[in-house]
Design a protein around this ligand. Structure first.
Ligand code: 0WD
Length: 256
């Protein structure tokens, strides 16, 4: 199997609807050992129940907004598992009011918060993982982005700005980490009904439009997006880095 003997860290599991869960299932089905991080302590019981479906997996707390928390979490993982082969960042957050109001009303704090959690945390994770020397040769970093970074999407607002920063961070990180032979890519996933997506105004309209207009006339699933992350974790994608791959049934190529 393409991920045999690989250990991958999936950061940002919330529940069975999370894209992170689709990625974890796919990685496991293709032979990987899977390790998770989660954000909120009060969800731990449910997350532990869920990840029982992936034998040998374990979840560690990690607040992406704190370098100390990322360092503590990655150190613990390195001590327990040794070197790993990939890290998937499936983390984003913006204040609810910044997704409800017009973009122009975004506060300084709200703008910084969205960029901190949704973009900077990926840079911090990559840096800390490298500092800790916890990566095997050829390791692969992956993050999730969305089309709202490229075009104005109703209700996506500051998250679009944060995702644009994330995508550009992928390019700069690919240069820095390429020196060590590590790869860095983003997957621009089509819209999926998850807990985070509930924060976006009229999300079901977005799903309807994608179904009507995407070349493949369907919405993507967490399992399809997860298969793309498996490809990026695997050596089949050895020559791909600094890339944003659209996993959106082709929606991004449509014009009128
Ligand atoms: O349509 C969608 N759902 C799309 C999502 C389309 C394209 C991309 N994405 C992206 C999201 O922007 C995000 O980067 O995929 C990633 C995963 O999103 P998801 O699967 O839609 O969301 P969800 O299952 O709600 O998980 C997001 C998680 C958080 O859950 P909670 O509610 O526990 O905060 O992001 C994590 C957390 O697990 N997260 C954090 N993790 C660590 N520290 C933090 C934080 N401070 N804040 C949020």
């Amino acid at each position: 199997m393409i991920l045999d003997n690989k250990k991958v860290l999936i950061m940002g599991i919330r529940n069975k609807w999370s894209i992170a869960w689709g990625a974890a299932q796919s990685a496991y089905e293709h032979g990987a050992q899977v390790i998770f991080t989660y954000n909120q302590m009060e969800n731990l019981e449910k997350i532990n129940e869920l990840i029982k479906q992936i034998p040998g997996s374990k979840a560690y707390p990690c607040d992406a907004g704190s370098d100390e928390s990322i360092t503590e979490c990655l150190t613990q993982i390195k001590n327990e598992y040794g070197k790993i082969d990939g890290i998937l960042h499936s983390i984003a957050h913006a204040n609810t009011e910044d997704l409800r109001n017009d973009f122009i009303l975004t506060s300084r704090e709200g703008y910084a918060h969205a960029c901190d959690i949704s973009s900077y945390s990926f840079v911090a994770t990559a840096r800390i993982a490298r500092q800790l020397d916890m990566l095997n040769p050829g390791a692969s970093f992956i993050t999730f982005t969305y089309y709202g970074s490229e075009k104005v999407m109703e209700g996506y607002n500051v998250m679009g700005v944060a995702k644009a920063a994330l995508e550009t961070s992928v390019k700069y990180l690919s240069k820095d980490l390429g020196k060590d032979g590590y790869r860095v890519n983003a997957i621009s996933a089509g819209p999926i009904k998850t807990l985070s997506a509930k924060g976006i105004k009229d999300f079901s309209t977005i799903l309807d439009v994608v179904e009507k207009r995407a070349p493949l006339h369907n919405n993507v699933t967490i399992n399809q997006v997860g298969d793309v992350s498996t490809f990026l974790f695997s050596s089949l994608s050895n020559c791909i880095t600094g890339e944003v791959i659209h996993a959106d049934n082709g929606f991004n190529v449509t014009g009128i």
